[in-house]
Design a protein around this ligand. Sequence first.
Ligand code: G6P
Length: 611
Amino acid sequence: MCGIVGYIGERQASDVLINGLARLEYRGYDSAGVAIVNGSLEVRKKKGKVKTLSNDLAGNKLEGKLGIGHTRWATHGPPNDINAHPHVSSDGSFALVHNGIIENYTSLKASLSQRGYSFSSQTDTEVLVRLIEDVRKSTGLSLGKAIRQALSQVQGTYGIAVVSHEDPDMLIAARKGSPLILGVGDGEYFLGSDAAPIIEYTRKVVYLNDGEMIIVRRTGFTVFTVENVALDKKVYELEWDLEQIEKGGYDHFMLKEIMEQPSSLENAMRGRLFKKAPYVVLGGMLEAMDQLRNADRIIICACGTSWHAALVGEYLIEALARIPVEVEYASEFRYRNPILRNNDAVLVISQSGETADTLAAVREAQSQGVPVYGVCNTVGSTIARDTDAGVYLHAGPEIGVASTKAFTAQVTILAQLALALAKQRKTMSDAEMASFVGELQAIPAQIQEVLDTAKSIENISQIYRYASNFLYLGRGPNFPVALEGALKLKEISYIHAEGYPAAEMKHGPIALIDRFMPVVFIAMKNSAYDKVISNIEEVVARNGIVIAVTDAEPGHIDDLCEHVIRVPSTHELLSPLLTVIPLQLLSYYIAVLRGCNVDQPRNLAKSVTVE
Ligand code: G6P
């Protein structure tokens, strides 16, 4: 997500900050800014690249030896100069940068507005700035104490850094759920949301933990908890090189993104999903819900992995909210002169929000006067801007070309949308809603359980790295997962792979079965389990090799299959969130073993902006 840098010492802060921001570019961002203290507080921030900001600073330098900087990846409000960080207090005395999401920013903003505060940006961050101001004003507390008190009112996640011209020898930082590291130099300190901006200056670092706050002065630093208990922090020696840091210690962005899924799904549900009524609040869709819940039909258009998520969405929305859903390849939708009726609604899904085929589907629907809603990851992207309403994934930038965490975040959003529609259409009882919410909230921890078995999946990959063909089979909501598993393998390992509904195997693919073609079955203990077991038997009878992903107790399935990968049990409609994980890992490890360029596979682009 976004990146934070900070500096206090004897160098020109703007040089250190720009250097650091450039080091954080790998994380993906859409705007950058700095605040420098030198008698007064000066802020410079720009939409676009760090280069744009540094050109601006080169023309009009900001002198000063204390400062903070930020690369923003938009979550609340589109990328522009105003929404960029740092955000400054109304009296211009302090500036703040923030990573993370403040869940209760709407209610905080409402009460601060009532108390006379105004806002120039659409960000949740500015709300935190105003809250700190308000605490200061009403209590007379020092800046540090006011920050601590304001943070106790905040729900959500944050990593923040603050400077003030009232104290030119103080850099304040705090974290909850969003990493921060302090680099310890000689009479100088470097703050970073990871070690990338720090490493060229020092290898000595202090890691802040959740619930900790730090006050840094040129003579030293103090760390204490939000409850104001002072802590003794250990100084560590950094061992990673820059490339390792950028990838969070993983060999590839794709693996990092696979491993991030427990937290990206938490973010996709943060502030949206509740154990009690109303169960789901999708802020960006509130005004659209009436239209959507009364739609005769929802048509979902998307491409690639997003199209697979749409297929899972079809099962979710039809089963929970009982609205007919059709899923279309965006590229096909436009060119077959689709028949849209007054009471249809179109939903488009796109990680990048820039896919040309999906955008063309948006235009087609709009030309027929049908409302179009978007599910995008990139805030302020063309699709996000040009649709009537929508929901963001909040999955953070996805850098690996093969989509992983965006898929699970998309399914998580669709599950929440299905629930919200079900609530309004009364197609589920309160008890059913509460139980489904519970299952959804349990998914991040269950994904972690699957990720913890990565080593055994790597072992399986060793055996099949030389295969030329793979078949993936699943039923119900796991049929799209079979498609996604096959797509992941094709994309990054260049092995030919096909996904099919398990029962369709006998209508063609069964002719391919032999001992050289691994068949991956998704065999969850649900309504169709026995049927899938029969399909497995059919493959085994033809000397096929079966790798099964299942939540079944050890038993017959283990006798039949060469390998059994176990995942936890959940609601059948949510099982794709768990079953897709081993398939992502399987393709990742096979591609690595084959020496493929995992993050940038040949011929593929992350964002396909041509039709
Ligand atoms: C490209 C990417 C895929 C992605 C598809 C749709 O083909 O390589 O990973 O699934 O585009 O992209 P979108 O950004 O619209 O989800």
